[in-house]
Design a protein. Structure first.
Length: 150
C-alpha cells in the first residue's frame, strides 16, 4: 500500500547512507498511525477498495495504473526523504513484477497482509505485516532504481 504520504514518521539518510529506519521506531506505532490514516471509513478493517483509494493519488496520468516513476516522483514531490524507501515499497507492492500497480496488485497486497486468510485485514494483521516489512528494510542501502530525488 504507496502509503508514502501516510507514513509520516519515515525518514531516509542521504543516498550514500541508505535507509535510516531508526526514525520509524517503534515500528508498531508507525504502523498503527498508518492504519488509522488508511482505514478511510474507520471500521477497523482495511479493504482492497481502501488500498485502491490510497494508490489513486499516485496515478499522475489517470490511466488506473501506477508506474514506478509515477509513484516515486509523487513521493519525491511530497517528501524527498522518502524517495529511496519508495523504491523498496514499490517492489513490494508490484507483486507480479510487471512494473505497474493495478487492481490485481492491490488484491495480492491485501492477501499478503491477511495472515489468517479470512478475507479481511484488521489492525493487528496490518501492524504485524508492516513491522515485518520495516524490519526487512533495516540495513538496506541505496535501491538499484533509486539514485537521488530530483
Amino acid at each position: 500500500m504507496g502509503l508514502g504520504s501516510i507514513i509520516v514518521a519515515l525518514a531516509v539518510f542521504g543516498a550514500c547512507h541508505g535507509l535510516d529506519m531508526t526514525k520509524l521506531k517503534p515500528y508498531n506505532l508507525t504502523a498503527e498511525l498508518m492504519f488509522l490514516t488508511e482505514d478511510l471509513n474507520q471500521d477497523g478493517i482495511m479493504t482492497i477498495a481502501e488500498i485502491d483509494a490510497v494508490f489513486d493519488k499516485y496515478d499522475a496520468n489517470g490511466d488506473g495504473r501506477e508506474t514506478r516513476n509515477e509513484y516515486t516522483m509523487y513521493i519525491c514531490g511530497t517528501d524527498p526523504d522518502l524517495y529511496q524507501l519508495s523504491h523498496y515499497l514499490y517492489d513490494d507492492y508490484d507483486v507480479d513484477g510487471d512494473h505497474h500497480l493495478d487492481k490485481h496488485d492491490y488484491e495480492a497486497f491485501h492477501l499478503k497482509m491477511d495472515s489468517n486468510a479470512d478475507g479481511q485485514v484488521d489492525k493487528t494483521e496490518f501492524v504485524v505485516y508492516w513491522v515485518h516489512l520495516f524490519e526487512k528494510y533495516e540495513g538496506m542501502g541505496v535501491h538499484g532504481q533509486g539514485g537521488h530525488c530530483h
